[in-house]
Ligand binder design. Structure first.
Ligand code: CMC
Length: 432
Protein backbone atom coordinates (compact mmCIF):
# COMPACT_ATOMS: atom_id res chain seq x y z
CA UNK A 1 0.00 0.00 0.00
CA UNK A 2 1.37 3.45 -0.87
CA UNK A 3 2.02 5.82 2.00
CA UNK A 4 -0.68 8.53 2.16
CA UNK A 5 0.67 12.04 1.63
CA UNK A 6 -0.65 15.59 1.35
CA UNK A 7 0.57 18.16 -1.14
CA UNK A 8 0.88 21.75 0.07
CA UNK A 9 1.10 24.42 -2.63
CA UNK A 10 2.53 27.87 -1.96
CA UNK A 11 0.81 29.71 -4.84
CA UNK A 12 2.53 33.04 -4.24
CA UNK A 13 6.00 31.54 -4.74
CA UNK A 14 5.04 28.71 -7.05
CA UNK A 15 6.52 26.11 -4.68
CA UNK A 16 5.09 22.93 -3.30
CA UNK A 17 5.92 20.28 -0.79
CA UNK A 18 4.79 16.76 -0.06
CA UNK A 19 3.79 16.19 3.54
CA UNK A 20 3.97 12.62 4.86
CA UNK A 21 0.97 11.27 6.79
CA UNK A 22 1.59 9.17 9.91
CA UNK A 23 -1.02 6.63 10.97
CA UNK A 24 -1.67 5.60 14.59
CA UNK A 25 -3.07 2.26 15.77
CA UNK A 26 -6.61 3.69 15.72
CA UNK A 27 -8.03 7.17 15.26
CA UNK A 28 -7.20 9.95 12.81
CA UNK A 29 -3.78 10.04 11.14
CA UNK A 30 -1.59 13.13 11.42
CA UNK A 31 0.11 15.20 8.76
CA UNK A 32 3.79 15.46 9.62
CA UNK A 33 4.82 19.12 9.26
CA UNK A 34 8.29 18.82 10.81
CA UNK A 35 10.02 20.01 7.60
CA UNK A 36 7.46 22.69 6.70
CA UNK A 37 9.53 25.70 7.68
CA UNK A 38 12.69 24.36 6.10
CA UNK A 39 10.97 23.78 2.77
CA UNK A 40 8.34 26.54 2.55
CA UNK A 41 9.49 29.03 5.20
CA UNK A 42 6.21 29.07 7.14
CA UNK A 43 4.89 27.72 10.45
CA UNK A 44 1.36 26.55 11.24
CA UNK A 45 -1.14 28.61 13.26
CA UNK A 46 -3.33 26.68 15.73
CA UNK A 47 -4.43 28.67 18.81
CA UNK A 48 -5.43 26.36 21.66
CA UNK A 49 -3.68 23.45 19.87
CA UNK A 50 -7.07 22.17 18.71
CA UNK A 51 -5.60 20.57 15.59
CA UNK A 52 -2.05 19.80 16.66
CA UNK A 53 -0.61 16.50 17.84
CA UNK A 54 2.42 17.57 19.86
CA UNK A 55 3.59 14.05 20.55
CA UNK A 56 3.20 10.38 19.83
CA UNK A 57 1.81 8.42 22.80
CA UNK A 58 0.88 4.83 23.67
CA UNK A 59 -1.00 5.55 26.88
CA UNK A 60 -4.58 6.73 26.33
CA UNK A 61 -6.90 6.89 23.35
CA UNK A 62 -10.03 9.05 23.03
CA UNK A 63 -12.59 9.03 20.23
CA UNK A 64 -14.53 12.19 21.01
CA UNK A 65 -17.31 11.58 18.48
CA UNK A 66 -18.01 8.04 19.65
CA UNK A 67 -17.50 8.76 23.37
CA UNK A 68 -14.68 6.20 23.66
CA UNK A 69 -11.90 6.31 26.27
CA UNK A 70 -9.25 3.57 26.39
CA UNK A 71 -6.36 3.25 28.87
CA UNK A 72 -3.64 1.20 27.16
CA UNK A 73 -6.42 -0.19 24.95
CA UNK A 74 -8.83 -1.15 27.77
CA UNK A 75 -12.26 0.59 27.75
CA UNK A 76 -12.70 2.80 30.81
CA UNK A 77 -16.15 1.25 31.41
CA UNK A 78 -14.56 -2.19 31.93
CA UNK A 79 -11.86 -0.80 34.18
CA UNK A 80 -14.46 1.15 36.21
CA UNK A 81 -16.50 -2.01 36.71
CA UNK A 82 -13.77 -4.57 37.30
CA UNK A 83 -10.51 -2.91 38.25
CA UNK A 84 -9.10 -0.80 41.09
CA UNK A 85 -7.26 2.52 41.10
CA UNK A 86 -3.97 0.84 42.02
CA UNK A 87 -4.33 -1.69 39.20
CA UNK A 88 -5.16 1.11 36.75
CA UNK A 89 -2.12 3.04 37.99
CA UNK A 90 0.05 0.01 37.28
CA UNK A 91 -1.53 -0.37 33.84
CA UNK A 92 -0.95 3.27 32.89
CA UNK A 93 2.65 3.21 34.11
CA UNK A 94 3.68 -0.23 32.86
CA UNK A 95 1.51 -0.66 29.71
CA UNK A 96 0.04 -4.03 30.79
CA UNK A 97 -2.33 -5.28 33.48
CA UNK A 98 -0.30 -6.72 36.37
CA UNK A 99 -0.18 -10.31 37.59
CA UNK A 100 -1.21 -10.74 41.24
CA UNK A 101 2.47 -10.76 42.25
CA UNK A 102 3.26 -7.61 40.25
CA UNK A 103 0.24 -5.80 41.70
CA UNK A 104 1.10 -6.77 45.29
CA UNK A 105 4.66 -5.61 44.76
CA UNK A 106 3.48 -2.31 43.22
CA UNK A 107 1.05 -1.64 46.08
CA UNK A 108 3.85 -2.48 48.54
CA UNK A 109 6.12 0.06 46.84
CA UNK A 110 3.47 2.78 47.03
CA UNK A 111 2.78 2.00 50.71
CA UNK A 112 6.47 2.18 51.47
CA UNK A 113 6.44 5.87 50.47
CA UNK A 114 3.24 7.19 52.09
CA UNK A 115 4.96 9.26 54.81
CA UNK A 116 6.34 12.71 54.06
CA UNK A 117 9.40 14.31 55.60
CA UNK A 118 8.53 16.18 58.82
CA UNK A 119 10.19 19.31 57.44
CA UNK A 120 7.76 19.25 54.51
CA UNK A 121 4.88 19.04 56.98
CA UNK A 122 6.04 22.28 58.58
CA UNK A 123 5.67 24.08 55.22
CA UNK A 124 1.90 24.12 55.76
CA UNK A 125 2.33 26.47 58.73
CA UNK A 126 3.45 29.13 56.27
CA UNK A 127 -0.08 29.23 54.87
CA UNK A 128 -3.04 31.03 56.36
CA UNK A 129 -5.90 28.72 57.41
CA UNK A 130 -8.05 29.86 54.47
CA UNK A 131 -5.42 29.22 51.77
CA UNK A 132 -6.89 27.23 48.92
CA UNK A 133 -5.65 23.61 49.26
CA UNK A 134 -4.57 23.61 45.58
CA UNK A 135 -2.11 26.42 46.42
CA UNK A 136 -0.71 24.40 49.33
CA UNK A 137 -0.54 21.15 47.36
CA UNK A 138 1.26 22.66 44.35
CA UNK A 139 3.74 24.51 46.61
CA UNK A 140 4.53 21.45 48.74
CA UNK A 141 4.94 19.21 45.68
CA UNK A 142 7.32 21.76 44.12
CA UNK A 143 9.21 21.77 47.43
CA UNK A 144 9.75 18.01 47.13
CA UNK A 145 12.30 18.93 44.43
CA UNK A 146 14.56 19.99 47.29
CA UNK A 147 14.44 16.65 49.10
CA UNK A 148 15.18 13.44 47.21
CA UNK A 149 18.72 14.07 45.93
CA UNK A 150 19.45 10.34 46.03
CA UNK A 151 17.17 9.62 43.07
CA UNK A 152 17.07 12.69 40.86
CA UNK A 153 18.79 11.49 37.69
CA UNK A 154 15.90 11.70 35.22
CA UNK A 155 17.81 9.55 32.70
CA UNK A 156 18.12 6.69 35.19
CA UNK A 157 15.04 4.39 34.81
CA UNK A 158 15.31 3.20 38.43
CA UNK A 159 15.31 6.82 39.66
CA UNK A 160 12.25 7.52 37.51
CA UNK A 161 10.49 4.52 39.03
CA UNK A 162 11.27 5.64 42.60
CA UNK A 163 9.93 9.12 41.72
CA UNK A 164 6.71 7.52 40.41
CA UNK A 165 6.17 5.54 43.63
CA UNK A 166 7.02 8.52 45.81
CA UNK A 167 4.76 11.07 44.16
CA UNK A 168 1.76 8.72 43.83
CA UNK A 169 2.08 7.76 47.50
CA UNK A 170 2.86 11.18 48.90
CA UNK A 171 0.34 13.30 47.02
CA UNK A 172 -2.46 11.69 49.05
CA UNK A 173 -0.62 12.47 52.30
CA UNK A 174 0.07 16.05 51.16
CA UNK A 175 -3.56 16.55 50.09
CA UNK A 176 -4.85 15.32 53.45
CA UNK A 177 -2.32 17.50 55.29
CA UNK A 178 -3.57 20.56 53.35
CA UNK A 179 -7.14 19.73 54.41
CA UNK A 180 -6.13 19.28 58.05
CA UNK A 181 -4.29 22.60 57.96
CA UNK A 182 -7.45 24.34 56.70
CA UNK A 183 -9.37 22.85 59.62
CA UNK A 184 -6.70 23.65 62.19
CA UNK A 185 -6.49 19.94 63.07
CA UNK A 186 -3.30 17.91 63.54
CA UNK A 187 -1.84 16.04 60.59
CA UNK A 188 -2.87 12.38 60.54
CA UNK A 189 -0.13 9.90 59.65
CA UNK A 190 -0.85 7.30 56.96
CA UNK A 191 -1.95 3.78 57.81
CA UNK A 192 -0.20 1.29 55.58
CA UNK A 193 -2.58 -1.54 56.47
CA UNK A 194 -5.28 0.26 54.46
CA UNK A 195 -5.84 0.43 50.71
CA UNK A 196 -5.02 3.70 48.90
CA UNK A 197 -8.47 5.34 49.13
CA UNK A 198 -9.30 4.08 52.65
CA UNK A 199 -5.98 5.47 53.83
CA UNK A 200 -6.79 8.80 52.18
CA UNK A 201 -10.16 8.93 53.97
CA UNK A 202 -8.41 8.06 57.25
CA UNK A 203 -5.88 10.89 56.79
CA UNK A 204 -8.67 13.34 55.83
CA UNK A 205 -11.13 12.54 58.62
CA UNK A 206 -9.46 10.80 61.59
CA UNK A 207 -8.74 12.84 64.72
CA UNK A 208 -6.47 11.86 67.62
CA UNK A 209 -9.23 11.89 70.26
CA UNK A 210 -11.64 9.26 68.92
CA UNK A 211 -11.69 6.23 66.63
CA UNK A 212 -12.55 6.79 62.99
CA UNK A 213 -14.40 4.13 61.07
CA UNK A 214 -13.82 4.11 57.32
CA UNK A 215 -17.02 3.93 55.29
CA UNK A 216 -16.48 1.28 52.58
CA UNK A 217 -19.09 3.03 50.37
CA UNK A 218 -17.01 6.20 50.43
CA UNK A 219 -13.73 4.33 49.80
CA UNK A 220 -15.26 2.46 46.85
CA UNK A 221 -16.75 5.64 45.36
CA UNK A 222 -13.39 7.40 45.65
CA UNK A 223 -11.59 4.47 44.02
CA UNK A 224 -14.00 4.60 41.07
CA UNK A 225 -13.67 8.38 40.66
CA UNK A 226 -9.88 8.01 40.72
CA UNK A 227 -9.99 5.37 37.97
CA UNK A 228 -12.07 7.72 35.81
CA UNK A 229 -9.76 10.69 36.42
CA UNK A 230 -6.45 8.83 36.16
CA UNK A 231 -5.55 9.91 32.63
CA UNK A 232 -6.96 11.78 29.65
CA UNK A 233 -4.14 11.95 27.10
CA UNK A 234 -2.84 15.43 26.14
CA UNK A 235 -5.15 17.63 28.27
CA UNK A 236 -3.94 21.03 29.51
CA UNK A 237 -2.34 19.82 32.76
CA UNK A 238 -0.68 16.77 31.20
CA UNK A 239 0.66 18.92 28.36
CA UNK A 240 1.96 21.32 31.02
CA UNK A 241 3.77 18.49 32.81
CA UNK A 242 5.24 17.37 29.48
CA UNK A 243 6.31 20.90 28.53
CA UNK A 244 7.89 21.64 31.93
CA UNK A 245 9.49 18.18 31.96
CA UNK A 246 10.85 18.58 28.42
CA UNK A 247 13.29 21.20 29.72
CA UNK A 248 14.87 18.51 31.89
CA UNK A 249 13.31 20.09 35.00
CA UNK A 250 12.99 18.09 38.18
CA UNK A 251 9.85 15.89 37.91
CA UNK A 252 8.35 17.21 41.17
CA UNK A 253 8.52 20.72 39.67
CA UNK A 254 6.86 19.41 36.50
CA UNK A 255 4.02 17.80 38.50
CA UNK A 256 3.60 21.01 40.53
CA UNK A 257 3.16 22.84 37.21
CA UNK A 258 0.51 20.26 36.28
CA UNK A 259 -1.35 20.88 39.55
CA UNK A 260 -1.41 24.62 38.78
CA UNK A 261 -2.73 24.04 35.25
CA UNK A 262 -5.42 21.70 36.57
CA UNK A 263 -6.71 24.30 39.01
CA UNK A 264 -8.47 26.50 36.44
CA UNK A 265 -12.28 26.26 36.11
CA UNK A 266 -12.04 25.33 32.41
CA UNK A 267 -10.13 22.20 33.49
CA UNK A 268 -10.08 20.39 36.87
CA UNK A 269 -11.46 23.37 38.78
CA UNK A 270 -14.81 22.78 37.09
CA UNK A 271 -15.90 20.24 39.75
CA UNK A 272 -15.75 22.94 42.42
CA UNK A 273 -17.39 25.47 40.10
CA UNK A 274 -20.30 23.09 39.34
CA UNK A 275 -21.34 22.91 42.98
CA UNK A 276 -21.11 26.68 43.38
CA UNK A 277 -23.21 27.03 40.22
CA UNK A 278 -25.87 24.58 41.47
CA UNK A 279 -26.10 26.43 44.77
CA UNK A 280 -26.36 29.72 42.96
CA UNK A 281 -29.19 28.38 40.75
CA UNK A 282 -30.92 27.08 43.90
CA UNK A 283 -34.19 25.76 42.49
CA UNK A 284 -35.48 24.23 39.25
CA UNK A 285 -37.50 27.42 38.55
CA UNK A 286 -34.25 29.38 38.20
CA UNK A 287 -32.76 27.06 35.53
CA UNK A 288 -34.10 28.95 32.46
CA UNK A 289 -32.78 32.26 33.79
CA UNK A 290 -29.36 30.72 34.44
CA UNK A 291 -29.22 29.04 31.03
CA UNK A 292 -30.06 32.34 29.35
CA UNK A 293 -26.99 33.83 31.09
CA UNK A 294 -24.82 30.85 30.08
CA UNK A 295 -25.81 31.41 26.45
CA UNK A 296 -25.18 35.14 26.60
CA UNK A 297 -21.56 35.67 25.44
CA UNK A 298 -21.30 39.03 27.20
CA UNK A 299 -22.05 37.49 30.62
CA UNK A 300 -18.87 35.36 31.04
CA UNK A 301 -21.14 32.76 32.65
CA UNK A 302 -20.80 29.16 31.42
CA UNK A 303 -22.76 26.05 32.23
CA UNK A 304 -20.00 24.46 34.30
CA UNK A 305 -19.47 20.73 33.86
CA UNK A 306 -20.74 20.99 30.28
CA UNK A 307 -18.74 20.89 27.06
CA UNK A 308 -15.41 19.36 26.17
CA UNK A 309 -12.65 20.04 23.67
CA UNK A 310 -12.63 16.41 22.52
CA UNK A 311 -15.99 14.81 23.42
CA UNK A 312 -18.68 15.94 20.99
CA UNK A 313 -21.25 13.23 21.67
CA UNK A 314 -20.96 12.24 25.31
CA UNK A 315 -18.24 11.89 27.92
CA UNK A 316 -18.17 8.19 28.90
CA UNK A 317 -16.88 9.15 32.35
CA UNK A 318 -19.90 11.40 32.98
CA UNK A 319 -22.26 8.52 32.20
CA UNK A 320 -20.56 6.26 34.75
CA UNK A 321 -20.42 9.02 37.36
CA UNK A 322 -24.13 9.84 36.96
CA UNK A 323 -25.02 6.18 37.64
CA UNK A 324 -22.56 6.04 40.54
CA UNK A 325 -24.14 9.17 41.98
CA UNK A 326 -27.50 7.38 42.16
CA UNK A 327 -25.91 4.32 43.82
CA UNK A 328 -23.75 6.21 46.31
CA UNK A 329 -26.56 8.53 47.40
CA UNK A 330 -28.98 5.64 47.91
CA UNK A 331 -26.38 3.53 49.77
CA UNK A 332 -25.66 6.49 52.03
CA UNK A 333 -29.42 6.98 52.55
CA UNK A 334 -29.36 10.40 50.84
CA UNK A 335 -31.40 9.67 47.72
CA UNK A 336 -33.33 12.90 48.13
CA UNK A 337 -30.21 15.04 47.62
CA UNK A 338 -31.60 18.37 46.31
CA UNK A 339 -28.42 19.33 44.43
CA UNK A 340 -28.42 16.01 42.58
CA UNK A 341 -32.11 16.48 41.66
CA UNK A 342 -31.29 19.97 40.42
CA UNK A 343 -28.29 18.73 38.40
CA UNK A 344 -30.44 16.02 36.76
CA UNK A 345 -33.06 18.59 35.74
CA UNK A 346 -30.41 21.04 34.56
CA UNK A 347 -28.84 18.35 32.37
CA UNK A 348 -32.25 17.34 30.98
CA UNK A 349 -33.22 20.93 30.12
CA UNK A 350 -29.81 21.84 28.63
CA UNK A 351 -29.73 18.73 26.47
CA UNK A 352 -33.00 19.84 24.84
CA UNK A 353 -31.83 23.41 24.34
CA UNK A 354 -30.89 24.34 20.76
CA UNK A 355 -27.79 26.28 21.92
CA UNK A 356 -26.20 23.26 23.64
CA UNK A 357 -27.42 20.79 20.98
CA UNK A 358 -25.99 22.84 18.09
CA UNK A 359 -22.59 23.16 19.81
CA UNK A 360 -22.52 19.50 20.89
CA UNK A 361 -22.19 20.41 24.56
CA UNK A 362 -22.78 17.47 26.91
CA UNK A 363 -22.11 16.87 30.62
CA UNK A 364 -18.44 16.15 31.25
CA UNK A 365 -16.66 14.23 34.01
CA UNK A 366 -17.00 17.17 36.40
CA UNK A 367 -20.77 17.67 36.20
CA UNK A 368 -21.66 15.01 38.81
CA UNK A 369 -18.33 14.23 40.52
CA UNK A 370 -18.69 17.07 43.05
CA UNK A 371 -22.03 15.70 44.22
CA UNK A 372 -20.37 12.38 45.06
CA UNK A 373 -17.45 14.10 46.76
CA UNK A 374 -19.91 16.18 48.82
CA UNK A 375 -21.95 13.12 49.76
CA UNK A 376 -18.85 11.42 51.19
CA UNK A 377 -17.92 14.53 53.15
CA UNK A 378 -15.17 16.06 50.99
CA UNK A 379 -15.33 19.87 51.21
CA UNK A 380 -15.72 21.80 47.98
CA UNK A 381 -12.27 23.39 48.05
CA UNK A 382 -10.79 19.87 48.06
CA UNK A 383 -12.60 18.62 44.91
CA UNK A 384 -9.86 19.67 42.49
CA UNK A 385 -7.25 18.29 44.86
CA UNK A 386 -9.01 14.91 44.59
CA UNK A 387 -8.78 15.20 40.80
CA UNK A 388 -5.07 16.03 41.12
CA UNK A 389 -4.40 12.93 43.25
CA UNK A 390 -5.88 10.69 40.54
CA UNK A 391 -4.36 12.58 37.59
CA UNK A 392 -0.88 12.36 39.13
CA UNK A 393 -0.78 8.81 37.79
CA UNK A 394 -1.43 10.06 34.24
CA UNK A 395 1.08 12.91 34.60
CA UNK A 396 3.76 10.48 35.75
CA UNK A 397 2.98 7.98 32.97
CA UNK A 398 3.30 10.76 30.34
CA UNK A 399 6.46 12.18 31.90
CA UNK A 400 8.02 8.69 32.00
CA UNK A 401 7.03 8.07 28.37
CA UNK A 402 8.53 11.39 27.28
CA UNK A 403 11.80 11.16 29.21
CA UNK A 404 12.26 7.53 28.14
CA UNK A 405 12.01 8.52 24.48
CA UNK A 406 15.49 9.11 23.00
CA UNK A 407 13.90 11.51 20.47
CA UNK A 408 12.65 13.89 23.22
CA UNK A 409 13.15 17.59 22.46
CA UNK A 410 12.34 20.65 24.49
CA UNK A 411 8.73 21.78 23.86
CA UNK A 412 8.80 25.16 22.20
CA UNK A 413 5.73 26.45 20.29
CA UNK A 414 6.05 29.16 17.62
CA UNK A 415 4.00 32.34 17.25
CA UNK A 416 2.62 34.71 14.66
CA UNK A 417 4.18 38.04 15.61
CA UNK A 418 1.82 41.02 15.20
CA UNK A 419 3.67 43.65 17.28
CA UNK A 420 5.65 46.63 15.93
CA UNK A 421 8.29 46.05 13.28
CA UNK A 422 11.88 47.11 14.06
CA UNK A 423 12.14 50.77 15.15
CA UNK A 424 14.87 52.95 16.65
CA UNK A 425 15.08 53.90 20.34
CA UNK A 426 14.29 57.56 21.08
CA UNK A 427 15.56 59.19 24.24
CA UNK A 428 12.92 60.21 26.80
CA UNK A 429 13.50 63.94 26.14
CA UNK A 430 12.45 63.51 22.54
CA UNK A 431 9.24 61.52 23.19
CA UNK A 432 5.99 63.40 22.74
N1 CMC B 1 -21.50 26.88 28.57
C1 CMC B 1 -21.89 27.71 27.58
N2 CMC B 1 -21.35 27.76 26.35
C2 CMC B 1 -20.31 26.92 26.12
C3 CMC B 1 -19.84 26.03 27.10
C4 CMC B 1 -20.47 26.01 28.35
N3 CMC B 1 -20.07 25.18 29.33
N4 CMC B 1 -18.81 25.32 26.59
C5 CMC B 1 -18.64 25.76 25.34
N5 CMC B 1 -19.56 26.73 25.05
C6 CMC B 1 -19.74 27.39 23.75
C7 CMC B 1 -18.70 28.46 23.49
O1 CMC B 1 -19.11 29.71 23.97
C8 CMC B 1 -18.58 28.39 22.00
O2 CMC B 1 -19.71 29.04 21.45
P1 CMC B 1 -19.60 29.83 20.02
O3 CMC B 1 -19.24 28.77 19.01
O4 CMC B 1 -20.94 30.42 19.84
O5 CMC B 1 -18.52 30.85 20.20
C9 CMC B 1 -18.73 26.91 21.68
O6 CMC B 1 -19.54 26.39 22.76
C10 CMC B 1 -17.42 26.15 21.63
O7 CMC B 1 -16.74 26.37 22.85
P2 CMC B 1 -15.19 26.56 23.01
O8 CMC B 1 -14.92 27.39 24.22
O9 CMC B 1 -14.59 26.99 21.71
O10 CMC B 1 -14.75 25.05 23.27
P3 CMC B 1 -13.37 24.59 23.83
O11 CMC B 1 -13.12 23.26 23.27
O12 CMC B 1 -12.33 25.63 23.63
O13 CMC B 1 -13.62 24.50 25.43
C11 CMC B 1 -14.28 23.71 27.54
C12 CMC B 1 -13.93 23.33 26.11
C13 CMC B 1 -14.35 22.44 28.38
C14 CMC B 1 -13.18 24.58 28.14
C15 CMC B 1 -15.63 24.47 27.55
O14 CMC B 1 -16.63 23.62 27.05
C16 CMC B 1 -16.00 24.96 28.96
O15 CMC B 1 -15.56 26.04 29.36
N6 CMC B 1 -16.83 24.18 29.72
C17 CMC B 1 -17.16 24.56 31.07
C18 CMC B 1 -16.01 24.24 32.01
C19 CMC B 1 -15.89 22.74 32.26
O16 CMC B 1 -16.85 22.05 32.56
N7 CMC B 1 -14.64 22.24 32.19
C20 CMC B 1 -14.33 20.83 32.47
C21 CMC B 1 -13.86 20.11 31.25
S1 CMC B 1 -13.80 18.33 31.45
C22 CMC B 1 -12.65 18.02 32.68
C23 CMC B 1 -11.29 18.53 32.44
O17 CMC B 1 -10.83 18.76 31.33
O18 CMC B 1 -10.61 18.70 33.42
Amino acid sequence: MTQKTFELVDQSNDRKMTLPVRAGTIGPSVVDIAKLNKELGVFTYDPGFGMTAATESRITYIDGDAGVLLYRGYPVEQLAEKSTFMEVAYLLLHSELPTRKQLDEFIGNIRHHTMINESLLRFFHGFHYDAHPMAMVSAVIASMSAFYHDSMDIYNPRHREIFAHRIIAKIATIAAAAHKHSLGQPHVYPRNDLDYCSNLLHMLYAVPCEPYEIDPVAAQALDLLFILHADHEQNASTSTVRLAGSTGANPYAAVAAGVSALWGPAHGGANEAVLSMLEQIGTVDNIPKFLAQAKDKSSHVRLMGFGHRVYKNFDPRAKIIRETCHKVLSRLGRSDNPLFELALRLEEIALKDEYFVARKLYPNVDFYSGIIYSAIGIPRSMFTVMFAIARTVGWVAHWQEMIGDPAMRIGRPRQLYTGPARREYTSIAKRA
